[in-house]
Design a protein. Structure first.
Lengths: 230, 267
């Protein structure tokens, strides 16, 4: 069988998992400040990456939406670029950027930027295409230029939906940022990878618990904000 | 001087021949009511008049200047002089009433939106916007969100927007079709008052024949993409106007004139 699933291996796996859990308890809380610092770095990667990504998503979305794109070929190229950014997984972007800019949080930030544009620019452009054409016509009829029509009539109508998408991107980016460290792109993932490789399972468990608390806390906060915005 | 001169204008949507050689002259300061059944090409004519939809053939002149075929700075400059009032009001819903009126100045400002946003607008511009709102009786609603206004109030804001624009021609495409009769009459009264105050030229489409008999100087009737009626208001008869709604009125159900054969319509 290609996937190599056998009963014997499953049983061995369960035993190994038992070993892991046995050695993971109690969690190792020493050097907690280093962990906290790494977690803070992960949060930074996520927030900086998502902020840049969301800001860049707006021009990408405007170029990709049928009603705001200056020409059909611009629209096709932009859509292709967005689709590429979305199709390549964040972890692979991180690998590419580790090669390009070296190990560390910068590679993580760039990977998150790519991942965010792939996701947010698509939703933004779909929302822009749904905007009722009437107000844009009315502003164009006053003699307004293209950019004024976009800024005056189209963006105000899409703002609420864009905010919700952006907040969701933050949650998504935080989850990505945790794993990006596994390939050396900075943050708490680096600590987790090291702990696992050195068989420091008790330390690994602490890291996993920290991630769990921060991610859940952040999702709660974000959904509260989203409820208020919508 | 003539405000609008249309000469042999044709418009096709794919194979559909919508405007079939329209020729029309409207002198400055005249108020023209345009009648016609749904699908006769009225709205297409309105959209062609300021280049929102480009026409295919013939010429359109506004205030002595030809309407350029492509969207460029010249067209934008010409559009500033033509205020449009839409059936669906077409206000931007998520911004304030005041901001919507300020948008009327978008074309006049060299920096466009940057100097028209209410937080950056000059005091002179803000004052003019307040005066426009005051003229339509909605100064107290300036900071409200547009979606909280009634239909009649929204159309008033749209009129204030054209006042802000300082247009010389007003094109109103069924401005009262989405309003109840009383609100509709109020809007027509306001529109005509404003027009007389400022000596503007108006082309307004309507569906209500009894209103058409009360407003404006001249009545033009369209049927299947051509003009079939053009008389001063005082001389128009109800029968003539009713004729506009009978027989082959729609452009998508009739052949253009040069393809007509001699068999009579079977309606």
């Amino acid at each position: 069988m290609a996937t190599n699933v056998t009963l014997e291996r499953l049983i061995r796996g369960a035993v190994n998992l038992g070993h892991f859990l046995g050695r993971a308890f109690p969690p190792d809380l020493s050097n907690f400040d280093i962990l906290a610092w790494s977690m803070f770095e992960t949060l930074n990667i996520a927030i900086v990456g998502v902020t840049l990504g969301v800001i860049l998503s707006v021009p990408f979305a405007l170029l990709a939406a049928r009603n705001t794109s200056p020409a059909p070929w611009v629209r096709s190229i932009t859509r292709l670029m967005i689709a590429t950014m979305r199709t390549i997984p964040d972890l692979i972007w991180a690998l590419i950027f580790v090669v390009a800019v070296g190990l560390g949080p910068m590679a993580g930030v760039l990977a998150i930027v790519m991942d965010t544009i792939g996701f947010a620019a698509r939703f933004f452009s779909e929302r822009i295409e749904e905007v009722h054409p009437g107000p844009s016509d009315a502003l164009a009829a006053t003699g307004a230029g293209r950019l004024s029509v976009i800024g005056g009539a189209i963006l105000p109508e899409t703002l609420a939906s864009m905010t919700a998408t952006s907040l969701y991107s933050v949650e998504k980016a935080l989850r990505s940022a945790v794993t990006l460290g596994l390939v050396g792109a900075g943050g708490i993932g680096v600590e987790l990878a090291a702990a696992m490789r050195l068989f420091n399972y008790d330390r690994a468990l602490t890291i996993i618990l920290v991630i769990l608390v921060v991610v859940i806390g952040f999702e709660q906060l974000s959904s509260q904000i989203r409820k208020r915005v919508m | 001087m003539n405000a609008i001169v249309i000469n042999d204008v044709h418009k096709y949507y794919g194979k559909l021949h919508v405007l079939r050689g329209l020729t029309l002259t409207i002198p400055k300061g005249e108020c023209v009511i345009l009648l016609g059944a749904n699908g006769c090409g009225k709205s297409t004519l309105m959209r062609c008049l300021n280049g929102l939809t480009p026409h295919n053939q013939g010429t359109i002149q506004l205030l002595g200047e030809p309407l350029p075929p492509l969207a460029n700075t010249q067209l934008r400059r010409l559009r500033q002089k033509v205020g449009v009032v839409f059936q669906q009001f077409n206000l931007v819903q998520n911004v304030s009433v005041f901001q919507n009126v300020l948008y009327g100045a978008l074309g006049q400002q060299r920096l466009g939106l940057l100097t028209t946003l209410s937080c950056f607008a000059t005091n002179e511009l803000r004052e003019r916007a307040m005066m426009a709102l005051d003229r339509v009786g909605l100064a107290h609603k300036a900071q409200d969100n547009c979606r909280d206004l009634s239909g009649g109030q929204q159309q008033r804001v749209a009129i204030a927007r054209t006042l802000m624009q300082e247009a010389e021609i007003i094109i109103a495409d069924e401005p009262i079709a989405s309003l109840d009769p009383k609100a509709g009459r109020n809007i027509m009264d306001l529109l005509l008052e404003v027009v007389h105050e400022r000596g503007l030229t108006v082309l307004c489409t309507l569906h209500q024949l009894e209103l058409a008999q009360q407003y404006g100087d001249r009545i033009i009737g369209m049927k299947a993409g051509t003009i079939v009626l053009d008389t001063p208001r005082q001389q128009v008869s109800l029968v003539d106007m009713q004729q506009l709604y009978h027989g082959d009125t729609r452009v998508d159900q009739t052949q253009p004139p040069h393809m007509l054969n001699l068999t009579p319509a079977n309606h």
